[in-house]
Design a protein around this ligand. Structure first.
Ligand SMILES: *[C@@H]1O[C@H](CO)[C@@H](O)[C@H](O)[C@H]1NC(C)=O
Ligand SMILES: *[C@@H]1O[C@H](CO)[C@@H](O)[C@H](O)[C@H]1NC(C)=O
Ligand SMILES: *[C@@H]1O[C@H](CO)[C@@H](O)[C@H](O)[C@H]1NC(C)=O
Ligand SMILES: *[C@@H]1O[C@H](CO)[C@@H](O)[C@H](O)[C@H]1NC(C)=O
Length: 367
């Protein structure tokens, strides 16, 4: 009897181990990146060893049926995405991202406003994720801009979580991950506040888009993705602190940064700091230019580069062309910040913008 009692039954050890496994997967940090077809590289060319999670962008909301669909142009590469990126990193997790910056925000608002259309959206999203081999779903509704839409977003997320848990229980598979790409702050400018309690209870994490603080809609140049306030009250740190203040646990916040910059034409070549007047965008129609094109631009034009450590942002200029962007210094500082704040991780939009993986490598090794 006594000697038997000294042995812990095997089944207990196994249940303990599987509990540990669940805990460690729940606590897994996010080194994330978005990819889309036509971005410049194929999914199999992503150096997935540098990531824990890769987001495949974008599935669409069909406004007439309220179902989530993958366009025929994307169908083949999305179905192959998980297998492709797992070739070099079998443990990388993939999420199917729905919506995006150029999707129809009114369609999301209409879908979220009725219980029956929310159910259709939710059911179709789960079926689509499973049939295409994804580990999770990411909602990128840009943006719910009234309090009513925010309330409906909360209902959608709560029902989504319930459905994902029920599907996992009935299929015996691990529950799909649920994330959402959101404004950098819980206070959307329209103004409307995100339903933080429902988000914290329903989502594995949020991807806070802490970039696009300046662009062709602005009245002056300024840092695209400052970590600290350049003087206009907008920064990644302000957003992160506001999310935490509003009740989002730090451990569910993933900080986003850009693998692209925005280029402007200065009104005066000699006035090339922040808050300088510009006459229009440069180098592309909306001024967006990916990091590897920026590094080429700098070397081809011997552009002057400036790292502003106060706000944590980089810019370069040559003549009247001025570009704000993130480089290895800003990204390592942001990743160290994210880790120090106890955030869940970081993500980049978008992986094809990288230059021989230097930004992704810097981010990964800085965590
Ligand atoms: C991918 O990243 C790893 C880790 O930094 C590096 O060793 C490897 O050379 C990279 N592969 C490619 C193809 O760049
Ligand atoms: C969604 O799936 C659930 C569970 O399978 C089912 O009960 C419900 O009728 C479905 N709803 C719609 C709108 O398809
Ligand atoms: C960095 O930006 C801040 C905010 O605009 C500004 O006050 C400061 O002078 C800048 N520092 C440098 C070294 O340019
Ligand atoms: C900014 O760029 C976009 C994309 O090219 C364009 O549709 C929009 O009209 C531009 N806005 C301004 C204010 O120039």
């Amino acid at each position: 009897m006594a000697s038997k009692d000294n042995h812990i039954p095997l089944f207990l050890i196994f249940s303990f181990l599987s509990l540990l496994q669940i805990n460690s997967s729940m606590a897994q940090n996010v080194k994330g990146g978005y990819w889309f077809l036509g971005s410049g590289i194929t999914a199999s060319n992503i150096n997935s060893t540098l990531f824990t999670h890769l987001f495949c962008a974008f599935a669409d909301l069909d406004a007439s049926t309220n179902e989530v669909v993958i366009s025929s142009a994307n169908a083949q590469s999305f179905a192959a995405f998980t297998g492709d990126v797992q070739q070099t990193n079998p443990s990388v997790k993939t999420l199917l991202s729905i919506g995006g910056g150029s999707s129809n925000a009114n369609a999301f608002a209409a879908m979220a406003s009725q219980s029956s259309s929310r159910q259709t959206f939710i059911n179709s999203s789960i079926a689509l994720a499973r049939s295409n081999g994804f580990y999770g779903l990411d909602l990128d509704w840009e943006y719910p801009d009234t309090d009513e839409k925010m309330t409906n977003l909360g209902l959608l997320l709560e029902e989504w979580r319930t459905a994902v848990a029920a599907e996992a229980a009935s299929s015996g598979k691990a529950a799909l991950l649920l994330s959402a790409a959101v404004y950098y702050s819980p206070h959307y400018w329209s103004p409307a506040d995100y339903p933080v309690a429902a988000m914290a209870a329903s989502l594995d994490w949020i991807n806070a888009m802490a970039y696009d603080f300046f662009g062709n809609w602005s009245s002056t140049t300024g840092p695209l993705a400052a970590l600290y306030d350049p003087g206009n009250g907008i920064s990644g740190d302000i957003g992160v602190r506001a999310w935490i203040q509003a009740g989002m646990p730090a451990g569910q916040i993933v900080l986003g940064f850009p693998f692209y910059g925005r280029a402007f034409t200065l009104a005066n070549a000699n006035n090339h700091g922040y808050f300088a007047p510009f006459t229009g965008t440069a180098l592309s129609s909306d001024g967006a230019i990916v990091y590897n094109q920026i590094t080429s631009y700098i070397s081809q034009n011997s552009a002057t580069t400036v790292y502003n450590s106060t706000v944590v942002s980089a810019y370069c200029y040559s003549g009247t062309t001025w570009i704000s962007y993130d480089d290895t210094q800003t990204i390592s500082t942001k990743v160290v910040y994210a880790k120090g704040k106890g955030l869940k991780g970081y993500f980049a939009w978008h992986v094809a913008g990288d230059d021989n993986w230097v930004l992704s490598q810097t981010a990964s090794s800085s965590w």
